[in-house]
Design a protein around this ligand. Structure first.
Ligand code: AMP
Length: 476
């Protein structure tokens, strides 16, 4: 949608009080998803929306739903979120737009106190925001009845299904009267999302926000082919050369801790981490400290990463290629938010990660980048042409890995180190960012790749342009 046809907030049939709250929030114009979804939601229609993270989707349901239900008493609105952090953020948005109209919001999430949530539910809040598992828990205990719900919202439906919540979602949907409004938001319309939509929605208006409409922020994406044992030094090089904030995504909680330990061991004192074994308090502390700038680098798993609503993340690093290609979109959506530009670098292991990279390209509807195996074939052809045999896997290969990388991969149950644990009152010095004019962080991350070029078949281009040929601009 171009700006000349983007409606103004005042054209969306919202009350003057709501327009005032929107202005206070600093939302000057509706984002594409808001411009498209709000009129249908205001009309009471079911709406199925495909939009990316960071598109303003939360306000696209919160604002019209509050408008519709602001004069009613009783529990009418239920929003289901995949993670605790997303539930909390959604709860906060409902709070800012709903509380001025007297609407009360209760957030029910794993890790919080059951008795406290029970008491809050007993007070008949207007809005419940919950993770499916915790809500089912309350239903089984008889703490909540859903007979009065008139608006059911599935936020990040694809994610909830990926996380295995389909049974709970079914259980919850069955308890809610059929005559209701259902809103579903999902990054993709995967078959399982379509199935859920068919089973729970009534003739939904389907809205797809195209990338060109600005839902995908300006993110420069890079791919670095790097052997596993060189990833840690690639990451450290990148951190040294990136002056901004960085989120590093790793594939498991053990891995998150391992990466953080490596950084810690190399005196990167401005790094923290979070994963699902951290307590709720520790997670909140990690996000708060990252947001406040106390820590510049946050190492996280996918589930944790999705809950981080920080506007100024300069760089997302995929230390491991995501298991699900859709997670790539969610991960990189942490940067380039609110019209800012961002950078994303993906470390991929030659050969091993080729399928994963191809899958990401497919999900994004773009051509796959050059793959080492293709380059190997080209190299072999070229070498045969030159009368030589194919390149062998000669050359020293350092199998020890970076020091500190694997010494202790146990998950530290203390959780992220932060001021609350350590009584530190000031932000640790940025030991690795003192360069006035930083080098290109991606090129620096790629440097170790040059060192492994003997163990991985080199692309033909490498002969002309050195290791930068390994750094491909990916999916832009
Ligand atoms: P979401 O996609 O809901 O996670 O929102 C991403 C970010 O965009 C949040 O920090 C919102 O506060 C912000 N936001 C939502 N709508 C707008 C808007 N119309 N203009 C500017 N920022 C917005």
């Amino acid at each position: 949608m171009t700006s000349d046809i983007t409606p103004a907030w005042s054209e969306l049939n919202l009350s003057p009080e709501m327009l005032e709250l929107i202005a206070q929030a600093g939302y000057t114009i509706p984002s594409p998803v808001q411009a498209k979804a709000i009129p249908f939601v205001m009309d009471g229609r079911d709406v199925l929306v495909s939009s990316q993270t960071g598109s303003g989707k939360t306000a696209s349901f919160v604002i019209p739903v509050v408008e519709r239900f602001k004069n009613k008493n009783g529990t009418y609105i239920l929003a289901l979120s995949p993670t605790r952090e997303i539930a909390q953020q959604t709860g906060a948005v409902f709070e800012s737009f709903g509380a001025p109209f007297g609407l009360r919001t209760v957030v029910c999430i794993g890790g919080a106190s059951i008795p406290q949530e029970k008491e809050a539910l007993a007070s008949s809040p207007h809005i419940i925001v919950a993770t499916p598992g915790r809500l089912c828990d309350h239903m089984e205990r008889g703490n909540v009845w859903l007979d009065f719900i008139q608006c059911l919202i599935f936020d990040e439906a694809d994610r909830m299904l990926d996380m295995g919540f389909s049974k709970q979602i079914e259980q919850i949907s069955e308890q809610i009267p059929k005559e209701r409004q259902t809103l579903m938001f999902s990054a993709t319309f995967a078959p399982k999302v379509e199935r859920l939509a068919r089973n729970t929605m009534n003739n939904p208006e389907q809205i797809t926000i195209e990338k060109a409409e600005g839902s995908v922020p300006k993110i420069e994406q890079h791919l670095v082919w790097v052997e596993e044992e060189k990833k840690a030094s690639a990451l450290m090089n990148l951190i040294r050369n990136e002056p901004g904030t960085i989120i590093v995504f790793a594939k498991s909680k053990e891995r998150v801790y391992q990466v953080w330990r490596t950084l810690e061991g190399k005196r990167f004192k401005d790094a923290t981490y979070m994963h699902s074994d951290c307590t709720q308090e520790q997670r909140e502390a990690a996000v708060a400290d990252f947001k406040s700038g106390r820590y510049r680098v946050l190492v996280a798993t996918d589930v944790m990463g999705r809950g981080i609503d920080v506007d100024d993340v300069a760089h997302v690093v995929n230390y491991d290629v995501p298991r699900e290609p859709e997670d790539y979109v969610h991960r990189i959506g942490r940067t380039g938010r609110r019209g800012k530009t961002g950078m994303a670098t993906t470390f991929a292991i030659p050969f091993k990660d080729e399928q994963g990279i191809k899958a990401i390209a497919k999900v994004r509807g773009v051509a796959a980048p050059d793959l080492p195996s293709q380059n190997q074939n080209q190299n072999q052809d070229q070498e045969r042409d030159q009368g030589r045999g194919p390149r062998d896997n000669r050359g020293p290969r350092d199998s020890r890995g970076p020091r500190g990388d694997s010494r202790d991969s146990r998950v530290d149950s203390r959780g992220p180190r932060g001021p609350r644990d350590q009584n530190q009152n000031s932000r640790p010095p940025r030991q690795h960012t003192e360069d006035k004019k930083p080098n290109n962080p991606v090129a620096q991350a790629a440097a170790p790749v040059a060192a492994v070029s003997k163990t991985t078949p080199a692309p033909v281009m490498e002969k002309k342009t050195g290791f930068m040929s390994w750094v491909k601009k990916l999916f832009n």
